[in-house]
Design a binder for this molecule. Structure first.
Ligand code: NAP
Length: 466
């Protein structure tokens, strides 16, 4: 079905609105929203009610009326015309207290369905929305969380017992957290989500830019699995664990800034988590504990590199790693394990030294003295966020001269070519992009979550896109 936002129409279009239900080809929800609820209707409340009365005979499947609209004649008119009423309560600034009560108090009945649309400001608000949905099983209702923390309620609407979900028109500007209808239908396969659908996802903050849902959901669809993979915006890992229980989540990818914080939630972890000091993957058996953690970044980083080096690294290979953050830890650990001689160069030298001490490698600042030490590198790995989308198009090491014989591995995958990688390619270096690592680490996660290998052909197709 579609929602006709009549408050967005100009006066000439409004006059023709009664003809729209018969022309649309799908059931229509009529909404004429006042500014207090984010609408654009310019006239008085009397004008609005008068216009709704005129439209009542139009044959709309539904009309959305605010909870406090006291207009029994108007309601009767719609009901007599066979139109059902959505009784809505909106909060664009937060999630009010006593949600269960608020939902219960909304008018409901054979012709009326309550709708709660609120704005979670964090995971604990999302948790309260899910609890409100659970507290009213079997009741026809619409429950919706707006903004980035509410995405879960849009994708899993049917799991929450919501009658419908709202999605944007593809290509139209969308507010944070809105999913367009094509992505909802094709990537998240909204229509196939049911009670038994396995739920996986990625936790991070921010997270809506993540490409992980695309990679995992494509794999799920290719194998015809009853599963879905969501982006979970998470500000508080502990509060999220309640959400994970509520939704029966059985597999999670973990990204910035939660790779360390998540470790305290694990019942078991493998040696890689301890060795790298970070966990990017957690899974559990259906039905609850224990959560087990691992790290697929190490293997995900090494796989594309070993693909171009014939399955192993040359003995004594000299590797320079730029950056000493979270990603650098997995990279340095993986390279050291493969027997490479590793030099870490970082903007703040102390941080490079700390990391180098942990892994028993060499360290220096990202300065002329450090760059001198980098001479003769066989492999250069760029692990800083410099040049990534949302950051200035910056080269983190403009003083680093390429000879053209190095392999240059750029971890940033958005954009596909950073200024650093472009300069290396122009010098003749062989380039490995961050997309290859992202896909490789996701493939390992996919197998841990689903028990099925990620389809090889699909992976090849994804890598061609880059
Ligand atoms: P992080 O922990 O925040 O690391 C930041 C590091 O980058 C620090 O060493 C910092 O130096 C350095 N840095 C930041 N801006 C810089 C600049 N403009 N010039 C020079 N150095 C700079 O981040 P992370 O988690 O390691 O992630 C880093 C990047 O890797 C991100 O772009 C992320 O998307 C990407 N990544 C990709 C994959 C993949 O699968 N392809 C996986 C993981 C991460 P200071 O210590 O001096 O501040």
């Amino acid at each position: 079905m579609a929602e006709l936002r009549a408050d967005y129409l100009d006066p000439g279009e409004v006059a023709a609105a009664t003809a729209m239900p018969s022309r649309a080809g799908v059931p229509l929800i009529l909404t004429l929203r006042r500014p207090a609820e984010g609408g654009r209707f310019p006239g008085s409340e009397r004008d609005r009610i008068a216009l709704l009365e005129r439209l009542a005979s139009g044959g709309f499947a539904w009309v959305d009326l605010e909870e406090d609209l006291d207009a029994p004649n108007l309601v009767a008119r719609f009901v007599n015309a066979g139109t059902r009423i959505i009784r809505s309560m909106h909060d664009f600034t937060g999630t009010p207290d006593h949600l269960v009560e608020r939902l219960r108090r909304l008018p409901r009945g054979a012709s009326e369905v309550p709708k709660l649309a609120v704005t979670p400001k964090g995971v604990s608000d999302l948790s309260r929305i899910l609890a409100a949905a659970r507290a009213s099983p079997g009741t026809e209702k619409i429950i919706l969380g707006m903004g980035p923390y509410g995405v879960t309620t849009r994708i899993l609407a049917t799991r929450l017992g919501s009658l419908l979900s709202y999605a944007a028109v593809p290509g139209a500007a969308v507010a944070p957290g809105q999913v367009d209808v094509r992505t909802l239908a094709e990537e998240y396969r909204f229509g196939a989500i049911g009670k038994g659908t396995a739920v996986y996802g990625v936790i991070g903050n921010p997270i809506l830019h993540s490409r992980s849902p695309f990679i995992h959901n494509r794999g799920i669809a290719a194998l015809g699995l009853d599963a879905v993979y969501l982006p979970f915006q998470v500000d508080d890992v502990d509060a999220f664990w309640e959400v994970a229980d509520e939704l029966g989540v059985t597999g999670l990818s973990v990204t910035v800034p939660h790779k360390q914080a998540v470790i305290r939630r694990l019942s078991a972890r493998d040696a890689l988590v301890d060795a790298v000091g970070a966990c990017n993957t957690v899974c559990r058996r259906v039905g609850g504990e224990p959560w087990t953690g691992t790290n697929t970044d190490v293997e995900g980083f090494l796989a594309p590199l070993l693909d171009v080096t014939g399955g192993k690294l040359r003995v004594g290979l000299k590797a320079v790693v730029i950056g000493a953050g979270g990603a650098s830890r997995a990279v340095v650990y993986g390279l050291a394990r493969q027997g490479a001689r590793v030099l870490v160069l970082n903007r703040s030298r102390e941080r490079a030294q700390e990391l180098a001490q942990v892994f028993g490698v060499q360290a220096a600042g990202l300065d002329p003295a450090g760059l001198k030490l980098a001479a003769g590198a066989d492999l250069i790995v760029q692990t800083t966020p410099a040049g990534m989308e949302g950051q200035p198009p910056e080269d983190p090491a403009p003083g680093l001269a390429f000879t053209g014989s190095e392999i240059v591995y750029e971890l940033v995958y958005e954009p596909p070519v950073t200024p650093f990688a472009a300069r290396a390619a122009a010098a003749g270096c062989r380039i490995i992009g961050g997309w290859a690592m992202l896909v490789a680490q996701a493939m390992r996660q996919f197998e841990l979550f689903t028990g099925r290998p990620y389809p090889e052909e699909l992976a090849k197709e994804l890598l061609k896109v880059d």
